[in-house]
Design a protein around this ligand. Structure first.
Ligand SMILES: [Zn+2]
Length: 133
């Protein structure tokens, strides 16, 4: 597949996202394309009020771009793209919504997600016999 074809394929994942996040997603995909034209999205969705984008493979630049966009989605109304906060319904459904789209929601005091970043040596560089690790 050509690089342009890969870009179009990645952009298609926007259709599964709430409307308010589609511009954020499209911006993310164009930034990823600029640093890694062959990067491939394998899933993009809303999860617990946050945009989640999963790649087939990550390099450091792509990881950072995805991480920033996922975090930014927690401040953008998933319905309209306006300024928003993570909110939840009484029965535990989470969404990031602005005051205009907050019917039935209250601001959430915490996210159900824990954001953890792990740094692990790449297996092709790992050599337990070296003493400088
Ligand atoms: Zn809104």
């Amino acid at each position: 597949m050509t690089e342009e074809g890969k870009l179009r394929e990645n952009l298609c994942w926007a259709i599964g996202l709430p409307m308010g996040w589609q511009p954020l997603y499209e911006s993310l995909i164009r930034k990823i394309f600029a640093v890694d034209p062959l990067a491939r999205v394998v899933d993009a969705k809303e999860k617990f009020g946050e945009m989640r984008v999963y790649m087939a493979e990550y390099n450091e630049a792509v990881f950072a771009l995805v991480d920033v966009a996922n975090a930014k989605s927690r401040t953008i109304c998933q319905m309209c793209g306006g300024r928003a906060v993570l909110s939840r319904t009484a029965d535990g459904f989470f969404a990031t919504v602005c005051s205009n789209h907050a019917d039935g929601y209250l601001p959430a005091t915490s996210s159900p997600l824990r954001h953890v970043r792990m740094v692990v040596p790449k297996s092709d560089l790992w050599n337990p016999d070296r003493d400088d690790w």
